[in-house]
Write a protein that binds this ligand. Structure first.
Ligand SMILES: *Cc1c(COP(=O)(O)O)cnc(C)c1O
Length: 384
């Protein structure tokens, strides 16, 4: 966690709970995905909220995240999506009662070896139906079933696969193809005598593809208020989710930039006219990307203010002329004015200038997932 700045990340657990509730009952069991410190929202706090909302299974990435979740006191089921990567991970599955995804024969032999001394272990079989990242290929099902039969202590209770492009309307046929391959795997498992809980959907899959809802779904970005369909023809399918993260930094200094003066490193921005600028105490050391230089906006008192020139390590300059009226810095005109100590919002903030995760990610050249994970490493507080 970053602890050397004055940034405030405000998390709304009420909004997170409301987003989860939208999915409960609509489709099978919701498995909230809280990998990577709950997408930067805080593992412990998000877990408490999800427990209160009746979640029974939570999904993380690595086994060590699962161990941490167990040590926080979570007694429900934990799914480790990445499975064990070493012997310590494998041992932890028994020690902390973790359901791990097993995605290849090496992982299977590792847990089979440990099962000889430790006994029964429930596992989740992960299949690669098109993502080409992790998982057993459907063609290898017969060999997998043989390996399972040879190791009866390993009990498959879940089967998963991951969609490559559930958020892309033009790729609807790919989703259907992946779902079809997964269904044939499930049929094969059933014929072999294995009854499993099946899940394929991430947020986009659950929202856009009803057939993908199955027994359970792994809900990530939608729970954190991100619209997976932003900028596509399906945009409205992801509307109405509530924002869960806002981020602000303090204004440090306000002054006049004269016409013709350059500002910040390299003078990449030169003032075309006299303007009022505010120096905000946030930079790339706070995970506020330098790629926002002369591209992004902040929100001060509901006004969108553009970033001028380069984002520095701990500072960024914005044009606040629109808030200052006609006067120079400090002599306020019609606008609300800006003073050192005022809050500049990098994400969220008051209307009408509220910055959505999609706005910020767009200027940044990334997706809301990355903006949440990175900005969430700053000091957080929790509220309504
Ligand atoms: C992260 C992740 C999810 C959640 O995806 P969202 O797009 O955030 O809903 C689901 N399944 C797997 C395997 C993941 O790694």
């Amino acid at each position: 966690m970053i602890d050397y700045n004055k940034i405030q990340v405000e998390i709304s657990l009420d909004n997170l709970a409301a987003n989860v509730r939208r999915f409960q009952g609509v489709c099978g069991t919701v498995i909230p995905v809280i990998k990577s410190d709950a997408y930067g929202h805080g593992l412990a706090e998000v877990t408490r909220t999800l427990a209160a909302e009746g979640a029974t299974t939570l999904a993380v990435g690595y086994v060590n995240e699962a161990v941490k979740l167990r040590c926080l006191g979570w007694t429900g089921r934990i799914l480790a999506l990445l499975g064990p990567v070493d012997e310590a991970d494998a041992a932890a599955l028994w020690e902390h009662d973790i359901l791990a995804a097993i995605a290849n024969m090496d992982q299977l032999s590792r847990v089979a070896g440990a099962a000889r001394t430790r006994g029964r272990l429930d596992i989740c079989l992960k299949f690669d139906t098109g993502m080409r990242r992790l998982g057993f290929r459907p063609e290898g099902l017969a060999a997998l079933v043989d390996a399972l039969r040879a190791n009866p202590a390993l009990v498959p209770v879940m089967a998963s696969t991951h969609l490559a492009s559930a958020d892309v309307p033009e790729h609807e046929a790919n989703v259907t193809m992946q779902a079809g391959r997964f269904q044939s795997v499930l049929d094969g498992l059933e014929q072999a005598g294995y009854q499993v809980e099946a899940n394929i959907a991430n947020s986009a899959g659950a929202m856009a593809h009803k057939a993908c809802r199955m027994d359970s779904m792994r809900l990530g970005i939608a729970m954190y208020g991100g619209n997976p369909f932003h900028g596509t023809s399906w945009e409205e399918r992801g509307q109405g989710l509530l924002p869960t993260m806002q981020v602000s930094a303090p204004v440090l200094h306000v002054h006049t930039l004269r016409q013709g003066e350059g500002v910040s490193y390299g003078w990449t921005h030169v003032a075309g006219r006299d303007c009022e600028v505010a120096v905000v105490g946030v930079g790339y050391a706070d995970n506020y990307s330098r790629s926002l230089s002369s591209r992004g906006f902040m929100n001060i008192k509901g006004y969108r203010v553009p970033i001028l020139g380069r984002v520095c390590m701990q500072m960024t300059v914005v044009d606040v002329t629109g808030l200052m009226g006609e006067g120079l810095a400090g002599e306020l005109g019609d606008g609300p004015g800006v003073r050192p100590g005022d809050q500049a919002w990098l994400l969220g903030g008051p209307a009408p200038g509220t910055i959505t995760p999609e706005d910020l990610a767009g200027w940044w050249g990334t997706i809301p997932y990355e903006a949440f994970c990175l900005l969430g490493m700053n000091p957080r507080s929790y509220g309504k």
